[in-house]
Design a protein around this ligand. Structure first.
Ligand SMILES: Cc1cc2nc3c(=O)[nH]c(=O)nc-3n(C[C@H](O)[C@H](O)[C@H](O)COP(=O)(O)OP(=O)(O)OC[C@H]3O[C@@H](n4cnc5c(N)ncnc54)[C@H](O)[C@@H]3O)c2cc1C
Length: 556
């Protein structure tokens, strides 16, 4: 069998002495897994890139000096990006050039800048490059031998499988049976027919026709049943709040169970780029955040069940009995409810019929590649709609954002409005509303109401992405947990402020800050009444909840 080619790291610096030491440091750390190419000429490096591309080589990382006589490092990195868009880009700068480097983070989506000198490399060079290379590896898809999904683009069952695999960060190849010759060949060789669609073929050749996601999860070795009878803390929901609670619970020695009904990351996991999370100056995708957090939690011994949902909590003296969707039960001394929110459904006529068949809720990332050269619509004026539109604009021919208000200023962050303004294929249409979705087996057109003229006009539409706010995922919780009028869980002082407080709270002390009206059941993140709806605040609350779990465990 042909040996796989090592990915390449390319370093460029016009100063031969500096280049020698970069080369030495890179070789010492990475030569085992990467081929190191170094050159003093940015021009020369650029001329070799098409050849590397033709030869099927992969560049994992470019490391370039900023001040070079032939061209600036940022210009080199920008041009190099055209050949290897997934490669990580790092700029080497002098202290005096850091402003240019920070600007480049926005202009050329620089991944990092390193200030010279980088000694000792163990502290100042390798941790940064290790992190970037790990990131690159996790998104790098070698010639495809993994899971294949064959189906119709507009079948909701195909969408559900793609969404499940993408949510669990499992790379897969999508083959549209209507367009891809290989799809029919594969179906034939696996004795599958049109009736079996969508078809999933695993790496070892095992194949399924229209598998339910929990079947697929089990075949892929995912854990959907708990290994113990009793846990110190059971965390429900693996969004940022639940993941943070899991990391703190596990790292502080608690026997911790994390249960997630769909995929780790929650709402944040569907975000193409979170730009305001502390410590990530060039932003990070929600999938990256979820991958890092779930790795961290598992490292601390947290048990993770997914896909598995909790359908009820019963209180049995000091224990909490969690009823799972598959009929099993798990006992825990404490519970952290971190179930966040669900997308609100679009109230337009016909929209439900096309859900997963052209109308998508928060699935911009899963379906973006299928929108190549198409005209897609985004409904909503918040940051999630803005991020979705920016991401989709990289694939679609035209993205139209529909909002009821005049413009985006009152609902979207300034940085996103500026980004959108600069993208030529995004149009923002104010005072408009989708009133009807039409089509055959998939969405084909939308009736869009102009709120000024009160006239609805039909427009062809290839897809509609809906981001119109959310409602709390709490309808399954028992009635003995107090909620506010919108269904968000009351905690701490809000429980204390209720007139009927004494009917629910029967303990001498007052409820702790994130404690619900049932001692030992806590709420963290967006599901909590008064939450801030930010990744950072959800993470903060998840971590705080574990502090309160300790206090409660100390009492019983
Ligand atoms: C597209 C998008 C972009 C965003 N961008 C940003 C941003 O740039 N910056 C920022 O600060 N914020 C952003 N936000 C907001 C941020 O993502 C949320 O505030 C944050 O995810 C809330 O975290 P959470 O853990 O409380 O809940 P969620 O993220 O909603 O996670 C809840 C989890 O619980 C699971 N769950 C629900 N019910 C059950 C059950 N019964 N059993 C088991 N599991 C269950 C769900 O499947 C989900 O995974 C964005 C939101 C969206 C939708």
């Amino acid at each position: 069998m042909a040996k796989a080619k090592k990915p390449i790291i390319i370093s460029v610096d016009d100063d031969p002495q500096v280049l020698r030491s970069i080369k030495r440091d890179l070789r010492n750390q990475y030569r085992q897994d990467y081929r190191i190419i170094s050159t003093t000429s940015a021009e020369e490096a650029l001329t070799t890139l098409p050849e590397l591309q033709k030869a099927g080589e992969m560049v994992a990382l470019f490391l370039s000096d900023q001040r070079m006589p032939e061209m600036l490092g940022v210009d080199f990195l920008e041009q190099a990006k055209a050949f290897f868009p997934a490669a990580k880009r790092v700029l080497l700068t002098a202290y005096s050039d850091t402003n240019a480097a920070i600007k480049a983070i926005n202009d050329v989506q620089l991944d990092y800048y390193l200030v010279k000198p980088w000694d000792p490399p163990e502290e100042r060079l390798y941790p940064v490059l290790d992190d970037l290379l790990e990131d690159w590896q996790s998104n790098f898809v070698p010639p495809f031998s993994g899971i294949k999904v064959i189906g119709h683009q507009y079948a909701p069952s195909s969408h559900a499988i793609k969404d499940f695999l993408a949510g669990h960060l499992l790379p897969y190849q999508w083959l549209d049976v209507d367009y891809d010759m290989k799809a029919s060949e594969l179906m034939l060789s696996h004795h599958m027919t049109g009736k079996d669609l969508p078809v999933v073929i695993l790496e070892d050749g095992t194949h399924f026709g229209n598998p339910p996601v929990d079947h697929l999860a089990q075949s892929l070795g995912m854990n959907t049943s708990a290994s113990s009878e009793l846990y110190d803390v059971a965390i429900i929901g693996a969004g940022p709040a639940g993941l943070a609670a899991a990391v703190y619970g596990g790292s502080e020695g608690l026997k911790t169970l994390l249960i997630e009904r769909r995929a780790p990351g929650g709402q944040a996991g569907t975000s193409s780029r979170i730009e305001n999370y502390l410590g990530f100056p060039s932003g990070l995708s929600g999938a990256d955040l979820a991958r890092r957090a779930i790795t961290q939690a598992t490292r601390f011994g947290v048990e993770f069940l997914s896909p598995q949902s909790v359908q009820n909590i019963e209180i049995d003296n000091q224990y909490k009995r969690l009823q799972l969707a598959d009929g099993r039960e798990v006992m825990a001394k404490t519970v952290v409810v971190a179930t966040g929110v669900d997308y609100r459904r679009l109230p337009a006529e016909g929209a439900d019929r096309f859900s997963g068949a052209g109308v998508y809720y928060g699935a911009a990332m899963t379906e973006a590649t299928a929108c190549k050269n198409k005209h897609v619509y985004v409904v909503g004026g918040g940051n999630s709609a803005g991020q979705g539109a920016v991401y989709l604009s990289k694939f679609a021919k035209q993205v139209t954002i529909l909002i009821r208000r005049e413009d985006l200023t009152s609902s979207m962050s300034h940085y996103l409005i500026e980004q959108i303004d600069q993208i030529p294929n995004i149009e923002v249409r104010g005072r408009s509303e989708v009133v009807k979705a039409c089509g055959g087996d998939h969405l084909e057109s939308l009736f869009i109401l102009n709120k000024d003229t009160d006239e609805a006009k039909e427009e062809p539409a290839d897809a509609l992405f809906v981001f119109i706010g959310a409602r709390p995922a709490t309808e399954w919780l028992p009635n003995n947990l107090l909620k506010d009028q919108k269904g968000f869980l009351l905690t701490g002082r809000e429980v204390r402020n209720r007139a009927d407080y004494a009917n629910f709270w029967r303990t001498e002390r007052e409820p702790l800050l994130l404690e619900t009206c049932q001692p030992g059941i806590f709420a963290a993140g967006d599901v909590r009444s008064g939450a801030m709806n930010r990744v950072a605040s959800a993470v903060g609350e998840g971590a705080m909840a574990i502090k309160f779990v300790h206090e409660y465990l100390g009492e019983i």
